[in-house]
Design a protein around this ligand. Structure first.
Ligand code: B12
Ligand code: SF4
Length: 480
């Protein structure tokens, strides 16, 4: 069987004028995971439209498309095209799970939730001529996961080809997050077996890794065993975690650093605690954000702070307050989002019930546009404030001020290089992407930045850790 797997892109990612680096960061791991279940004699390709041109005049037997909300329109176009050409089309992913009826109009088969149980079942049904129109995931386990087909990934097109996920979901429940909707009907958080996770890490060449897990520290026992196993592997890695994990799991955190953790994406979301109550982000309420940041900095870990604007208690001063706070804390990189009610989340249901949704143009549900009526701000104030926050945080003056909060010249230079690297050199990134040389930037960055990265003994909690190299604090969603 000829199988074509596609990750369609939103328009801006394919623009001939400018391609933001964020779309060339990570390869399509979800599709490479599904490809692993195919037979050896199946002919399979993966096309990621963010980084390559999609050829549309071929004749695959089965087309598999991963649909995100912002790429839904493009995904449906491609699906309709291939169905007209006689191919069988399967759609799955986050947006299909949120709105299965919408997706079903463009597909022969749709899949809701993670694919590790439904996809092999479908392949088996297909062989027996009994494939269903809809599959909904119920059995949640990573125990029988075959090795991901990384051979299908065009590594040279990505800055961070070594992305990895060793768990699915998250133990928390936040109103604005896609997670509850995606994992409904089964376990909301589960991990690989530690040995399998270590084997997967071992398969990855080079030193650098990026864990894309929603919450790598969500199961402390698993995390501790994983980091113990990784100690001595000589890896340098980045991941996402919560304020709670930083403050309440000191031993796990130290083990993470010893295993190579160099930057952490932390969802602070808001500097306004009434908002946290409203969004049911209970794990952040009453936590000392500053203490978490100091703790990470003392360990030599850089912080990518993630913040959401537009919650009901946010007034016109929220942008300046948030930026000032992050700069004062010496946060290295910041990612801002406009609150976006994704369909089938608790937030969406509340906004819809209050008649506050402005439209359903999914292209604009990209966290950079206002798609609902904010409470204490107008939509244009919110959008303008969001862009201003980016400008203000990444001004040289702010970068300098953030760097000045560090002790010693090297940490300061490192801060300047990282923060500046993402936002001030965008034309250079664009050039590297166009010339398909982006992977070459990884060792280059490692080499340049490791000079700044060494923290002098005594400045970090553990000298053994402090003398190792550091990596850029690559944000998962590095800005607009
Ligand atoms: C890495 C990442 C990116 C990367 C690359 C994405 C990629 N190459 O896949 C980049 C930086 C480009 C990116 C961009 C954006 N992202 Co992003 N990203 C992620 C992140 C952190 C990890 C994705 C991942 O690899 N997961 C691991 C793999 C194994 O899981 P998976 O991809 O979901 O695949 C599984 C299932 O979905 C399912 N499946 C998927 N497709 C199909 C198809 C079939 C047929 C079947 C059977 C099953 C199936 O099976 C797979 C195996 O279980 C997620 C958060 C998360 N933890 O998932 C956010 C996330 C996907 N991003 C999100 C958003 C909002 C965006 C942006 C809009 C942000 C912005 N402001 O620009 C853009 C636009 C993306 C687009 N193209 O439309 C949201 C999506 C919300 C939604 N409802 O769609 C998420 C969930 C973050 C969040 N918490 O809100 N992102
Ligand atoms: S902690 Fe993060 S991943 Fe977990 S439910 Fe909240 S927003 Fe979603």
């Amino acid at each position: 069987m000829r199988v074509k797997m596609i990750l369609p892109a939103l328009t801006e990612a394919t623009s001939p004028f400018f391609r933001p680096i964020k779309y060339s960061l990570f390869p399509p791991l979800g599709l490479a995971t599904l490809a692993a279940y195919l037979d050896d004699d199946d002919e399979v390709t993966i096309c990621d439209e963010h980084v390559e041109r999609l050829v549309l005049d071929d004749e695959p037997d089965l087309v598999v498309i991963q649909v995100y909300i912002t790429s839904a329109r493009r995904s449906y176009q491609i699906a309709d095209h291939y169905r007209r050409r006689g191919a069988r089309v399967a759609l799955g992913g986050l947006h299909v799970t949120s709105l299965p009826d919408e997706a079903a109009e463009h597909a022969d088969h749709i899949f809701m939730g993670p694919g590790e149980d439904t996809w092999p079942q479908f392949l088996d049904d297909l062989k027996h001529g009994t494939a269903l129109r809809r599959y909904a995931s119920r059995e949640r386990s990573l125990a029988a996961l075959p090795p991901i087909r990384r051979d299908l990934i065009k590594r040279h097109l990505y800055l961070v080809p070594n992305s990895i996920v060793v768990s699915r979901g998250c133990p928390h429940v936040c109103d604005f997050c896609y997670k509850v909707a995606f994992f409904q009907g089964g376990k909301q958080f589960y991990t690989m077996e530690v040995d399998r996770a270590l084997a997967e890490i071992d398969r990855l060449p080079g030193r650098h890794l990026y864990f894309l897990d929603d919450h790598l520290f969500g199961n402390p026992r698993f995390a501790e065993a994983l980091f113990d196993g990784m100690a001595g592997m000589g890896r340098l890695w980045q991941a996402a975690g919560t304020v709670k994990a930083v403050l309440e799991q000191p031993v796990v955190m130290e083990k993470a650093v010893r295993a190579g953790l160099r930057s952490l994406f932390v969802g602070f979301e808001t500097v306004n605690s009434a908002n946290l109550q409203e969004q049911r982000k209970y794990q952040n309420i009453g936590r000392d954000y500053s203490a978490a940041i100091s703790r990470l900095h003392d360990l030599g870990v850089m912080v990518n702070g993630s913040f959401v604007f537009g919650m009901d208690h946010d007034g016109p001063d929220v942008f300046e307050r948030t930026v000032e706070w992050a700069v004062e804390q010496g946060v290295e990189t910041a990612t801002y989002h406009i609150l976006t009610p994704y369909p089938d989340t608790a937030l969406y249901r509340r906004m819809d019930a209050e008649d506050r949704m402005l439209h359903h143009d999914w292209d604009l549900f990209d966290t950079r546009h206002v798609v609902f009526k904010p409470q204490l701000l107008t939509a244009s104030e919110l959008e303008a404030g969001y862009w201003r926050a980016y400008r203000d945080f990444y001004r040289w003056g702010s970068i300098w001020q953030g760097a000045s909060s560090k002790r010693g010249l090297r940490p300061r230079l490192r801060h300047m290089a990282y923060a500046g690297g993402w936002k001030k050199f965008e034309p250079l990134w664009d050039l590297l992407i166009r010339s398909k040389q982006v992977l070459h930037a990884l060792p280059l960055l490692e080499t340049i930045l490791s000079g700044f990265g060494a923290v002098r003994p005594g400045q970090a909690a553990r000298p053994a850790i402090a003398t190792r190299q550091a990596l850029p604090s690559t944000p998962v969603h590095p800005g607009p």
